[in-house]
Structure formats: C-alpha cells, structure tokens
Ligand binder design. Structure first.
Ligand SMILES: Nc1ncnc2c1ncn2[C@@H]1O[C@H](COP(=O)(O)OP(=O)(O)OP(=O)(O)O)[C@@H](O)[C@H]1O
Ligand SMILES: [Mg+2]
Length: 259
C-alpha cells in the first residue's frame, strides 16, 4: 500500500455545534494505519458526528480533519473513494434487490464488472444472504439490511472503514464473521474506526478505545490503560466505561425506577 501519511485519521481541535448544542467539543485524535479503533460513549456523546466529519458529511466549525493523508475539507471526493462507510441507520434503496443495490454501489466506485461480481458473491455467501439476493430490500429483516450496508462499505476494498454500530442486529455467527474480517483486513493495513455500545465487542476487537462523553474524549487507550485510568485494575470494559462516564451508579438508578 502506498502510504505517505503517519496517521490514517487525524483530528485536531475539532469543534462541531448544532445551533447552541456542542456535539463535538474541540477533540483531537490520531489513529495509526492498521489500527482497529473503537468509539464508545453514551447516546448523544458525539460518536456519529465525529465519524461523519471524517467523511465530510458534516463540516466542523473549527479544527482540521485529515484522512489517509488528505484534508477532508479540500479532498472530500478522494476521501470518499478511499473510505468505506456504514452509517448507523443506512438508507438503502428499498425498491432494489440486494444484488441490484450492491451492483449499483460497485458501479459508483468504478469497480470492474468481474471483480465486482466475485466480491459481491463472496460477501453474500460469507454473511449467509445467498439465495435472498434477488429479493427486494424492503422484504429483508433489519439484520439482513445491516449486512447489505456492511457489504456496501467493504465492497471497493477501502483503506479505511468507518463503521457506525456495525454489529447492530447481527446474529452471533454473522457478528463473528465481521469481527474476523476486520482482523483479516487489519493484516492488510486497513484501518477501522467503529462505534459500538456492545462493550464485549470493543474489548475483543479494538486495539484502542476512545470513550466519548458530552462531545469530549474522556479517556483513550488500550484496555490496560483504560483500566488504570479508571483505577479498576482487574475490571472489564463495562465497569471502566460506567466509572469513566460517571454513570457508575446504575444500580441506584434502577432501584429508583422500580421503587
Ligand atoms: N443533524 C443534527 N441536528 C441537530 N442536532 C444533532 C444532529 N445530529 C446530532 N445532533 C446532536 O448532537 C449530539 C451528538 O449526536 P451524535 O449522533 O453524534 O451522538 P452519538 O454518540 O452517535 O449517539 P448514539 O449512541 O445515540 O448513536 C446529540 O446531542 C444530538 O442530538
Ligand atoms: Mg450514533
């Protein structure tokens, strides 16, 4: 891979507000090529907004965003060519069949017909959609739609994957296949940034994890470093997460609710 950059993703002092609301509060983040980076954080903490800024889908108000050595502000088309994105609520063309949609996506990226077909078939098989590819997307289950969105992100062999809650709705076997795939792609130098609420997945798959809270990156590191930050030396990610995001007293909240 021809790499003339140190970081696959580099955010510097990035700020994004929606009217008065600060969605992303002056964050800086650098992710190395080949890393699998997990973004965690409670609902509304700024994960999706951060990911959208990496693609130029949302413009930061201040700061700079570089992806694969390109400034997203100046080169957003080039960036989109090199990146695979699976949004948290994908908009699929429901009146197309699965195969028609993936074919269309392959064409957008200018894939050669033969390679496109081979890759689509491989992914349909791996994610157990074989036999359903000729059905309209509107007839798919949520998990099946999610698989189509993931295949659409992987199809053109992107160097960076931006996956917003990619394993949502996937059955355990499919989730495992996607996790294995991310690890395989990592060996080829592909970088992944993914958000998830499933802490076991982050723990199992991610090299490093950033915990966002109210638009800030509250903590950043590998599991060992996060444990130390939370002063919970032998805990799993759930305890670390709850402690760092200040919602550690979940038990009290639940007790209050069911009083
Ligand atoms: N298009 C928008 N217009 C106005 N406010 C927005 C918009 N998109 C996001 N926000 C606000 O920005 C904040 C961050 O939202 P974001 O979607 O980035 O959170 P998130 O961490 O991805 O949450 P979740 O875990 O629920 O997916 C939230 O307060 C949200 O209401
Ligand atoms: Mg989100």
């Amino acid at each position: 891979m021809n790499q003339n950059y140190t970081y696959a993703v580099e955010l510097k002092n990035v700020l994004k507000r929606y009217n008065e609301l600060v969605a992303v509060n002056n964050i800086s983040l650098a992710i190395k090529p080949g890393e699998i980076f997990g973004l965690l954080g409670p609902n509304g903490s700024g994960k999706s907004t951060t990911m959208k800024m990496l693609l130029g889908l949302v413009q930061p108000e201040a700061g700079s965003v570089h992806v694969l050595g390109l400034n997203v502000k100046d080169d957003s088309v080039a960036v989109k060519n090199l990146v695979g994105y699976a949004p948290e609520s994908p908009h699929l063309y429901e009146f197309l069949t699965g195969i028609e949609f993936l074919d269309f996506i392959g064409d957008i990226y200018g894939m050669r017909a033969e390679e496109k077909q081979t890759r689509i078939n491989e992914y349909l098989k791996a994610l157990q959609l074989e036999g359903r590819e000729g059905d309209m997307i509107s007839s798919y289950s949520e998990g099946m739609k999610q698989k189509i969105a993931l295949i659409a992100a992987f199809l053109h062999k992107p160097q960076l994957l931006i996956l917003d809650e990619p394993l949502n709705g996937l059955d355990p076997r499919s989730a495992r296949i996607v996790k294995d795939l991310l690890n395989k792609l990592k060996l080829q130098g592909v970088t992944t940034i993914m958000s998830t609420h499933i802490l076991e997945i982050a723990q199992a798959v991610c090299d490093r994890i950033g915990i966002m809270y109210q638009g800030n990156i509250l903590a950043l590191g590998n599991m060992e470093e996060l444990r130390q930050m939370a002063k919970l030396p032998s805990s799993g990610l759930e305890d670390v997460f709850l402690k760092l995001t200040g919602t550690g007293d979940v038990k009290a909240v639940v007790e209050e609710l069911f009083k």
